[in-house]
Design a protein around this ligand. Structure first.
Ligand SMILES: Nc1nc2c(c(=O)[nH]1)N[C@H]1C(S)=C(S)[C@@H](COP(=O)(O)OP(=O)(O)OC[C@H]3O[C@@H](n4cnc5c(=O)[nH]c(N)nc54)[C@H](O)[C@@H]3O)O[C@H]1N2
Ligand SMILES: Nc1nc2c(c(=O)[nH]1)N[C@H]1C(S)=C(S)[C@@H](COP(=O)(O)OP(=O)(O)OC[C@H]3O[C@@H](n4cnc5c(=O)[nH]c(N)nc54)[C@H](O)[C@@H]3O)O[C@H]1N2
Ligand SMILES: [Mo]
Length: 733
């Protein structure tokens, strides 16, 4: 396949027309896209009360391929009633993620049993009773609750509340496989786990670091911002082992000049080894200090740990830094010079930073580098984890974590008059381990694809198979519904956010809370998430009449989202105005999270610096390669829309991208069929693709397919798997 020379551009425009045809015309798609609902894809945030395709500053049109894909998927027809009779689970397992997604919207509850080996429809009452019977009969700690980041704040809050009142803290969300290292790392540095800036800050930044991410495909709306930084004469430093076409040049579809001529994005493109960022960031910080460009006054007044960090930077030899980062000293110097000259620098990052066994250390190293020049706690500068799912941050704010924040815990107890469980809850990987060990017996998943997002796919399948019951609240089919089967598996079809009967809210990565109006249902059958959760909780409460905790909430009343919003307003600090948001429709910035002055919510009010020793670079033995498992242009997580990867010019997904030198060194040629051996297993019939734009020693494969190889090693602090640091070897065939 021919590789395009720029990201975005006309292909993105043509794509819009194609999608419009699929869903029955541009007017229909336009109407759906313009409705007042928060965008369904990434957490950069769009839509809400200013109308669809509008950002928090009111800029329009802000549209990307992903939001069209997601919208078109929700606008498709229903799964055909005969689907369930025609395809047994075995046959569903042979379907690709794309085929499953395109089977249609789920409109009726279905039940799979191990005995029958297939799903069959059943009525809502019967389905909810079955789930309620299981949940009510088990000790609460033998259940677990997984949330994706696609659902509303209201659904997230209500479901975690139900789980706690049932008696368990086994409550977690996809963040454990995503940005958890950012939350943990940022909290250790600034006392707050989210971005320190707002979207406006990016308008005055003169330098933006883009570390370990491919926003050209995964957060396309950020590209306009990066283009504007360059137009203002600012710099964009990209740190990525792979040269992503769209980060070199991007044609912003909503900008006529850019669309025709393309816009330069990276002013410097640094290619470290996979996992080499900690060394690289340490090197840049060391060089900044050598240049005398640190902000001593800021460090003395607003940080703690500077003498220790300085000593550690000075003690780390350059040879170690360049060997472990893979980046020559001149390039580190160039980045340090640009940073030393910057007045307002923003540091952004994504999965190339968090998906490592040292993910938290990576995030701390970014914070160190920013703090050394006083770039946190002033306008136009700061720290910006680029979040994944559209409401993953809100789901976290709502208390979907094993450990509730103390304020939320206290208020729940005092407002409801309940005693909450204090057992340490299980994070996502710990739930899988508990399932394998038989210590948890049932699970409930609010969206997502727990099977598909897990490392070590065979282990994930066995873990889920070992459960008595798993329940999925889903909009469409995914691989989890075919491979992640418990002895009894129930799928409950739910409405997408723009079909909800009541307004819901979502939080962007800039801590901005949006209101989605909802809208008319597209198909008969699915129910709102909040309604399903309230109904289920009511049924369990009836079965556990002696459970005073569950009796403390009027569950049937909670079917009204407004009641849930009132509860959130009372319980979650910063969300007070949610109480009457259905009437006011007033969107807001969560107070206390954006830092325009250097006052930090740490115990001593100072930001904390963290010295590090550099971990060994993995995968250096002869025959080994470091693999990062990454997304293509045509997918959203485990949902694959297209098999080709436009900007990397790659066809097919059973591939490994290898640098030309490595291909020769290992004795293969481009196009050879290989078996890739990883810590968790092997993958055969993989096509070796010669890929110029990779730093030698490093290779790339597509997620989720490559999860058969990825091991279960997690970062000890954030419990996030090392999806990007997978050591593999190859054999022929
Ligand atoms: N279209 C689309 N948009 C999405 C998603 C999607 O699947 N599709 N998913 C959403 C979600 S949930 C998330 S979390 C985000 C993910 O957004 P990204 O983090 O951009 O996605 P990945 O494909 O995991 O990105 C990996 C990028 O990091 C680089 N990388 C890998 N390892 C390293 C490393 O060790 N160091 C450095 N410096 N770079 C490295 C890769 O070369 C690649 O460019 O996107 C969100 N938006
Ligand atoms: N090897 C490897 N593994 C990875 C990653 C990687 O880079 N490499 N990335 C990790 C990351 S960053 C993440 S976030 C996880 C992804 O983790 P998940 O969030 O668990 O997975 P998704 O594929 O995003 O889930 C998609 C499904 O959500 C459902 N859905 C969509 N919209 C709605 C809705 O409105 N409501 C409800 N209830 N359901 C809905 C649909 O059924 C759809 O099939 O995977 C992780 N796993
Ligand atoms: Mo993610």
């Amino acid at each position: 396949m021919r590789k395009v020379k720029t990201g975005g551009g006309w292909p993105a425009v043509w794509y819009t027309w194609r999608k419009a045809r699929e869903v029955g015309g541009i007017r229909k798609l336009w109407k759906a896209m313009r409705a007042r609902n928060a965008c369904k894809t990434c957490a950069l945030g769009m839509g809400g009360q200013k109308g669809g395709m509008v950002n928090e500053q009111g800029a329009f049109p802000e549209v990307c391929k992903k939001s069209l894909q997601a919208m078109a998927a929700d606008m498709q027809g229903a799964v055909k009633p005969e689907f369930w009779g025609r395809f047994a689970a075995r046959e569903m397992r042979a379907m690709s993620p794309r085929e499953l997604e395109h089977s249609g919207r789920l409109v009726e509850p279905v039940l799979f049993t191990a005995e029958s080996g297939r799903y069959a429809p059943l009525g809502w009452d019967e389905a909810l009773d079955r789930v309620a019977d299981t949940l009510a009969s088990l000790p609460a700690d033998e259940t677990f609750w997984y949330f994706s980041g696609r659902s509303s704040n209201e659904a997230g809050f209500l479901l975690q509340l139900f789980a706690r009142l049932l008696g368990t803290n086994n409550v977690n969300n996809c963040s454990y496989y995503c940005h958890q290292a950012s939350g943990v790392g940022l909290t250790s540095a600034t006392g707050s786990g989210t971005a320190t800036i707002t979207l406006e800050d990016l308008d005055t930044a003169d330098l933006v670091f883009v570390i370990g991410g491919n926003p050209a495909s995964n957060h396309p709306r950020l590209m306009r911002t990066l283009m504007q930084v360059r137009r203002r004469g600012g710099q964009v430093i990209v740190v990525n082992p792979l040269v992503e076409t769209g980060l070199v040049n991007f044609s912003v579809p909503s900008d006529p000049w850019s669309l025709v001529f393309g816009s330069k994005i990276a002013s410097q493109y640094v290619q470290p080894h996979i996992g080499g960022d900690l060394a690289l960031l340490t090197g840049v910080a060391k060089r900044v200090v050598e240049l005398g460009a640190q902000d001593e006054a800021f460090l003395a007044a607003h940080t703690s740990g500077w003498p220790e960090l300085r000593a550690s930077l000075e003690a780390t030899p350059w040879e170690e830094i360049t060997a472990k980062s893979g980046v020559p000293k001149e390039q580190l110097d160039q980045a340090a010079q640009a940073y030393a000259a910057s007045k307002r620098a923003v540091f952004s990052w994504t999965m190339g930073i968090t998906h490592h066994a040292h993910g938290v250390l990576n995030v701390q190293a970014i914070a160190n580098l920013a703090l050394v020049r006083g770039m946190v706690g002033r306008p136009g500068a700061g720290l910006m984890p680029i979040r994944g799912h559209s409401n993953v941050q809100g789901i976290g704010s709502m208390g979907v974590t094993p450990l509730l924040r103390q304020a939320v815990f206290d208020r729940l107890q005092s407002h409801l008059g309940v005693t909450l469980p204090t057992t340490p809850g299980l994070d996502t990987m710990a739930c899988m381990d508990a399932a394998i060990a038989g210590r948890v017996r049932a699970g409930l998943c609010l969206g997502g694809n727990l099977y598909g997002s897990n490392p070590d796919a065979a282990y994930a399948r066995r873990a889920l198979e070992n459960l008595d019951q798993i329940t999925y609240l889903s909009t469409t089919l995914n691989t989890g519904h075919a491979h992640g089967l418990a002895r009894e598996t129930v799928i409950l079809p739910v409405l997408a956010r723009d079909e909800e009967p009541h307004p819901t809210t979502q939080e962007s990565m800039f801590n901005y809370v949006r209101v989605s109006d909802g809208g008319p249902r597209r198909l008969a059958g699915p129910r709102s998430e909040v309604e399903v959760i309230a109904d289920l909780a009511a049924r369990v409460a009836t079965r556990q009449a002696a459970n005073k905790n569950l009796a403390a909430v009027d569950w049937p009343a909670m079917r009204d989202t407004g009641k849930v919003q009132a509860a959130i307003g009372k319980i979650v600090p910063g969300f007070e105005s949610l109480a009457d948001i259905a009437q006011t429709k007033q969107e807001f910035q969560i107070p206390g999270r954006t830092f325009h002055t250097p006052k930090f919510p740490t115990p001593d009010g100072r930001a904390r610096l963290h010295p590090h020793t550099l971990p060994e670079l993995k995968g250096q033995a002869p025959g080994e390669l470091r693999v990062m498992t990454i997304r293509s242009e045509g997918q959203f997580n485990t949902v694959v829309y297209e098999d080709h990867d436009l900007y990397r010019g790659v066809d097919g997904r059973r591939v490994i991208l290898i640098a030309p030198d490595d291909l020769r060194r290992l004795g293969y040629s481009a196009g050879d069929q290989v078996t890739v051996h990883g810590p968790a297993g092997k993958m055969d019939l993989v096509t070796a693709i010669e890929f110029q734009q990779l730093r030698p020693g490093n290779a790339a494969m597509y997620y989720p397919e490559a999860n058969v190889l990825v091991g279960r090693e997690v970062d000890p602090q954030s419990r996030t798997p090392a999806f990007k640091g997978v050591v593999v070897t190859l054999s022929r065939g």
